[in-house]
Design a protein around this ligand. Structure first.
Ligand code: AMP
Ligand code: MG
Length: 340
């Protein structure tokens, strides 16, 4: 009897060991950032591989660093003639231009010449001369883009370019999540350098927790936002920027002034999709709390925002969490931080 029991136990153990994992996390580099894909379900590894293949497909379509991408072709030729684009690119451009119109150009996918003028494109940071800023500003403005269902894209002026850097990662997250769902995953999370999305209930808890980092100290957490579905994205000057003469110049530019936005350290937005969260966090970083929250109320009532605003002294900041945001501060009490 004992021998039989031992035998049964051994078989159970061997079966258990042979069972493939139901949960996996993988990290890959794409679209100029680190992607983390986490999923739960049967054949989890092939599901994650398919999600990464989808991200690579979108990178090949819209990267401005790949000269043969569809967007690079548009940027090369659209000042000379209409450039036909795929339905997916046309749809993305329609949405990006929609955010630009709705925010009066605070979000603007033509901001590329300014991004280059400040050295953010190739990480050769500098404060541009007044002349080069003026020249770059003349090439920025979403109204310089024409989009036509049959003919494609046309620029009204030479030197204009399109850059989807503030919205495409969010879309890639949504696409990767839907590939995970198609592969039968019960839960998943995709993180593309601060642009994230989730679905399902993770084995590890009821919610997916998102730590909001201290914008000046990477190893400190200000609090946690919990989500069960949808997207969350942070835009900030910590991601990319430089210090000069005691000032922080971040990579998010106000297209009206042509200069990096100041007075704000980060904005985190939750929204029904990762694409919306991505575009909105960039837009609200430019708009600020007053105009940003009224824009959300009008156009994106399901979205919620957390602003980290510069404080009254050079080394302080304060948090402003919108009502309804599932926000759990790390420290109870006033949301003003005196030092960073
Ligand atoms: P994100 O990290 O999603 O907020 O996107 C920031 C990136 O979008 C920058 O690195 C620039 O390439 C680009 N960008 C900067 N300012 C703007 C803006 N006002 N509207 C749209 N894209 C912008
Ligand atoms: Mg964004």
């Amino acid at each position: 009897m004992r021998a039989l029991l031992a035998g049964v136990l051994l078989v159970v153990c061997l079966l258990g060991a042979a069972e493939p994992p139901r949960r996996a996390t993988q990290v890959r580099y794409a679209m100029g950032t680190l992607y983390t894909v986490e999923a739960e379900g049967p054949a989890v590894e092939s599901a994650i591989a398919a999600a990464f293949a989808e991200v690579r497909r979108l990178d090949a379509l819209w990267s401005t660093y790949q000269p043969d991408s569809e967007l690079s072709r548009v940027n090369r030729d659209a000042a000379k003639r209409w450039v036909p684009v795929s339905a997916e690119t046309a749809a993305m451009l329609t949405r990006a231009l929609g955010y630009a119109r709705d925010t009066d150009g605070a979000f603007d996918p033509t901001v590329g010449p300014l991004v280059s003028a400040w050295g953010f494109k190739h990480q050769d940071y500098r404060v541009p001369t007044a002349a080069s800023l003026k020249e770059a500003k003349q090439r920025v403005g979403f109204e310089k883009i024409q989009l036509d269902v049959t003919r494609g894209v046309r620029f009204t002026q030479v030197g204009v370019s399109l850059d989807l850097g503030a919205i495409a990662k969010g879309y890639a997250v949504d696409r990767a999540l839907s590939v995970l769902k198609q592969h039968g995953m019960s839960a998943g999370r995709v993180d593309a350098g601060g642009n994230q999305g989730v679905f399902g209930r993770p084995e590890t808890g009821v919610f997916w927790p998102f730590a909001v980092k201290h914008p000046r100290a990477d190893d400190e957490v200000l609090g946690v936002i919990t989500l069960t579905e949808g997207g969350i994205s942070t835009s900030g000057d910590a991601e990319r920027g430089f210090w000069q003469d005691g000032r922080r110049y971040g990579h998010i530019l106000d297209p009206r002034t042509g200069r990096p936005v100041e007075g704000r350290l980060s904005v985190t937005v939750t929204a029904p999709s990762a694409e919306a969260a991505d575009a909105l966090s960039t837009a609200l970083y430019v708009l600020g709390p007053t105009r940003g929250l009224s824009y959300l109320a009008r156009r994106h009532p399901q979205a919620r925002a957390l602003f980290v605003e510069a404080g009254d002294t050079p080394s302080s900041f304060r948090l402003q969490a919108q009502e309804g945001l599932p926000w759990h501060p790390a420290v109870a009490g006033p949301s003003t931080y005196d030092q960073y």
